[in-house]
Design a binder for this molecule. Structure first.
Ligand code: NAD
Length: 254
């Protein structure tokens, strides 16, 4: 089986300067067909158009709220109905963050952070993993965060760090459970990457301080993360599972 006969589903890949869109491009360049699911339908379609312009891959862009099971089912049904090749990779990239201090965070905000980062990943993974296991091949990658490993300290608060740490346990337990079916499950833990996830709320002195703590002396580029995700999705990466890969410029070392 070649990746050109398979589809990689990337959630949250609409965002123009985001990790997901860069990952969709990198996967397409590696031969994958790509399905982009994003809350923002127009950006998902734009990303798909962008990917198909720049590669020979087929690309689909669909509006989808990963927190909503019906929305996820509908998006996957549209893909199946358009004759999309089987799903061989899933990149659980859709995510939201929040810097709200724990002593101020509401239950609603806590739930929302978990809904997108954890329940959203469940909603997709639960639906695509059975087909992968049946076909004997699959690659699942979670976009966790250095915040999960070092207890915040970048931008995201306790809710974000807890949700990103939940993804690590999710990935490892699933890797153990479905490893024998040819499906690998890994996490990537980026440090400070230059995207729009902070909504412009991380600038100036605070950002300079953070960069001063990064041994390579800069924020990460989306391509730094996209390349790593694409590597984990290769057919040849089948012996890598249950792993967490740092891509943080040395800002956190184990
Ligand atoms: P981004 O804000 O640029 O992109 C996130 C995308 O997710 C957006 O396109 C948004 O529309 C989509 N999205 C949000 N809620 C959704 C939902 N309910 N359903 C479907 N799509 C939804 O963010 P980014 O910086 O590219 O982050 C991508 C992932 O990487 C996230 O999981 C984030 O937590 C993680 N991450 C980012 C950084 C960083 O520094 N940028 C660091 C560590 C981890």
């Amino acid at each position: 089986m070649s990746v050109s006969d398979l589809t990689a589903v990337v959630t949250g890949a609409g965002s123009t300067r985001g990790i997901g869109r860069a990952t969709a491009h990198a996967l397409a360049a590696a031969g994958w067909n790509v399905a982009i699911l994003d809350l923002d339908e127009a950006s998902a379609k734009d990303a798909a158009h962008d990917v198909s312009q720049r590669s020979d891959a087929q690309a689909w862009g669909l509006g989808c709220d990963v927190t909503d099971e019906a929305s996820v089912e509908a998006a996957l049904a549209v893909l199946a109905g358009t004759g999309t090749p089987p799903v061989g990779a899933l990149v659980n990239n859709a995510g939201i963050t929040s810097p709200t201090p724990f002593l101020e965070v509401s239950g609603a905000e806590w739930d929302r952070i978990f809904a997108v980062n954890v329940r959203g990943a469940y909603n997709l993974t639960r639906r695509v993993a059975p087909g992968m296991a049946e076909r004997g091949f699959g690659r699942i990658v979670f976009l966790s965060s250095v915040s999960a490993e070092r207890g915040g300290g970048v931008f995201g608060g306790v809710a974000y760090s807890a949700a990103k740490a939940a993804q690590l346990g999710f990935a490892k337990a699933l890797a153990r459970e479905i490893g024998a079916s040819g499906v690998t499950v890994n996490s990537v833990a980026p440090g400070l990457i230059d995207t729009d996830i902070t909504g412009g709320a991380l600038e100036g002195e605070r950002k300079d301080q953070l960069v001063a703590g990064i041994p390579v002396g800069r924020t990460g580029n989306v391509s730094d993360v996209a390349d790593l995700v694409t590597y984990l999705c290769r057919e040849e990466s089948g012996y890598i599972t249950g792993a967490t890969y740092d891509v943080n410029g040395g800002s956190h070392m184990h």
